[in-house]
Ligand binder design. Structure first.
Ligand code: HEC
Length: 233
């Protein structure tokens, strides 16, 4: 009998404890859930797409190239000079001559013997476009695994943009496209926040996918008024 009473009391205490515990959880769920919901998701997207080696926000070339600092790009090219020549004769050294590389078929420079990784890349990419150079120069090994260009890469997106603008002055067979203000909008924000990295999370989050997908998704949309005005001059 005494045992039963004890059991009842203990059971009641346990049940009360459970109810209190349950209520605490319910209230904490109810009250905490609403405010952090959005920032929590944004951070998750930034972490999953922002850290990738090849993933990057491709700028709108028609917007950034005319504004790029060609002299600064030439200064950056000093980092390539131990392996590459930039003269119009297209001399090869450790790496292939880079005069005219923009718009050239990858792995196609006369007199240079490329490795298999570059040959494979060339089989899938008709020319060196701005997009491809931008990603390749960020992380050569990350973008073309096994490539024999043993260069760590240029982390700063502005360095790469300036360098690509400099390469454009060296016999490039690639035109600068007209600006696409719609695609340029995130890049504009990026320049305020110092280089593209800060823009990466918001941009990729907005597009809901990887950076290359974002660039592809934006380009085919019809250009709004402003772009037509810009083209009309
Ligand atoms: C340590 C040497 C080295 C440095 C530094 C270097 N490269 Fe290279 N680069 C190479 C080699 C080697 C290749 C050929 C890779 C292959 O065959 O797989 C190459 C290939 C390339 C290609 C492909 C060319 C083609 O004809 O398809 C480009 C573009 C390029 N480099 C740009 C650059 C730029 C721009 C820099 C400076 C930011 C740079 N490289 C720094 C060694 C280097």
């Amino acid at each position: 009998m005494a045992d039963l009473t004890f059991n009842k009391i203990a059971g009641a205490a346990l049940a009360t404890g459970l109810v209190i515990f349950g209520l605490q959880n319910v209230t904490s769920i109810l009250f905490e859930k609403e405010p952090p919901a959005k920032p929590g998701y944004a951070i998750a997207v930034a972490e999953s797409t922002g850290g990738g080696e090849a993933a990057d926000v491709i700028p709108d070339w028609g917007t950034v190239l005319p504004k790029a600092d060609v002299a600064a790009g030439q200064a950056v090219s000093a980092k390539c000079a131990s392996c590459h020549q930039f003269d119009p004769a297209g001399s090869n050294s450790t790496g292939p001559g880079l005069f005219g590389v923009e718009g050239r078929k990858p792995g196609s420079h006369a007199g240079y013997s490329y490795d298999q990784a570059m040959e494979d890349f060339a089989a899938k990419h008709a020319t060196w476009t701005y997009d491809e150079l931008y990603q390749f120069l960020k992380s050569p090994q990350g973008y073309i695994p096994g490539v024999k260009m043993t260069f760590a890469g240029l982390k700063s997106s502005q360095d790469r943009i300036n360098l690509i603008a400099y390469l454009h002055t060296l016999g490039a067979s690639l035109p600068i496209p007209p600006p696409n203000p719609k695609a340029a909008a995130p890049a504009e924000g990026a320049t305020n926040a110092v280089a593209g990295n800060a823009a990466a999370p918001s941009n990729t989050a907005a597009a809901g996918g990887t950076a290359p997908a974002a660039a592809n998704a934006v380009q085919p949309t019809p250009a709004p008024e402003t772009s037509r005005q810009a083209n009309a001059h």
